[in-house]
Design a protein around this ligand. Structure first.
Ligand code: DLZ
Length: 158
């Protein structure tokens, strides 16, 4: 989660690997759609800005964050995919599923990355309320979607 008043989107873009021929899968959860659409826009615009081509950004939707893991697995198993970015938002105050969903998804995404030996990025917001989410989806704390895209690129340059 962002540190107070720190904009997560302030990256220089320096020393990043060339991604002009890299293929990205971006999995987007439909729960809290206003937030996750903003995360997607951030991730997509960052990938394009850093040199990815539009046809190499493959978007897939899943119903909720819980389904991000299986969506990630389906995309990561494709040989042509270089990195997978998972975007979701689970708001603590609005669901008793909070811990269950967040822990399951974090573990699942980690396992998919290890299983397929490629970057699978956890771009899931876990705020207390919608305002905190919006602050991190293009608001005063930047956009976690940008951060997820930069993380994927950095891992490709490992
Ligand atoms: C069921 C549920 C609830 C209550 N809250 C959220 C949420 O805040 N964010 C989110 O991404 N998904 C939520 N879901 C849906 C679950 O992720 C999942 O889609 C369903 O439990 C069906 O497996």
């Amino acid at each position: 989660m962002a540190t107070a008043n720190k904009n997560l989107s302030e990256y220089t873009g320096k020393n990043l690997v060339n991604i002009s021929d890299k293929k990205f899968a971006v999995i987007v959860s439909e729960w809290n759609e206003k937030v996750t659409e903003a995360l997607f826009e951030g991730a997509k615009s960052t990938l394009l800005k850093e040199g990815a081509t539009a046809e190499n950004i493959i978007r897939k939707n899943v119903p909720g964050s819980f389904e991000l893991t299986l969506g990630a697995q389906w995309m990561a198993q494709r040989e042509e995919i270089d990195a997978v970015i998972c975007l979701g938002c689970v708001i603590q105050g609005e669901t008793r599923h909070f811990e269950f969903i967040c822990q399951t998804v974090a573990l699942g995404i980690t396992e998919v990355g290890l299983k397929f030996n490629k970057p699978v990025i956890f771009g899931v917001l876990t705020p207390d309320n919608e305002q905190q989410a919006l602050d991190r989806a293009g608001g005063k704390h930047g956009n976690k979607g940008d951060e997820a895209a930069i993380t994927a690129i950095k891992m490709l340059g490992f």
